[in-house]
Design a protein around this ligand. Sequence first.
Ligand SMILES: CC(C)(COP(=O)(O)OP(=O)(O)OC[C@H]1O[C@@H](n2cnc3c(N)ncnc32)[C@H](O)[C@@H]1OP(=O)(O)O)[C@@H](O)C(=O)NCCC(=O)NCCS
Length: 225
Amino acid sequence: MLSRQPDVTPPPTGAPLVRPALAGDLDVIGRIAYLTGYFGESASRYFPDERLFRHLWVNPYYLVPQQVSVRFVADVPGETLGYIVGVTDQVAYERALRFTLLRQVLPNLLRGRYRALPGCVPYLTRISLFPTPHAPRGAYPAHLHLNLLPEARGLGLGRALLTAFVDELRARGVPGVQLSTTAENEAALALYAKAGFEVLAERALPVWTPWLGRPATHVLMGLKL
Ligand SMILES: CC(C)(COP(=O)(O)OP(=O)(O)OC[C@H]1O[C@@H](n2cnc3c(N)ncnc32)[C@H](O)[C@@H]1OP(=O)(O)O)[C@@H](O)C(=O)NCCC(=O)NCCS
């Protein structure tokens, strides 16, 4: 008789370590970002082109000047389980994003390298039609993204990555950090609230309606440092 295979990946073994992300971590951060980009599940559901996803939403964090970039990963020997990436300065981030669009996205687009682009158009259209709220960049110049692989959740790694990130911002004298999430991300909301983040704005938007089946409440949170 065949033994039943477990249908979930077992939790990682060994003590996880939070460390600054290096140049060589870009690929695994991009992979995890894509695998978790739909409320903790794969972004393939609404954004079938992984290459374009990475170029738009991960690479800019590696193109900002080093003094603006804040990046950590959590790993066990041989495997990276999650990351937190962000910037200390929104203006520098937007400059890096424009650079990515011009020097990376446009050439790839012209060469037809985003094979699954048509399937991404609905989402790209919706985020430009329904922009999410942002906090004043003077008071909250930093922002962040935090994601863990499913098997690494609930083990304290999210808190450890967020603590490392916030400590680094304090050490650099940054006055505040903002982030954007949704009411769908219950664990994230609880983690950020426990870390002292306050809700700055909440807005129900139809960005995710085609995939979620209903509007999602977008939550803007901020922490003064
Ligand atoms: C959100 C996320 C980063 C939290 O990291 P984590 O390692 O799972 O959380 P931790 O184990 O560090 O727990 C820290 C706090 O988060 C909250 N939390 C964690 N898991 C939770 C869950 N399943 N339900 C509700 N709250 C939860 C708790 O308040 C917890 O504090 P406590 O242990 O004192 O109760 C992680 O679950 C994740 O990557 N989820 C999917 C992607 C995502 O939502 N990213 C954030 C996008 S804004």
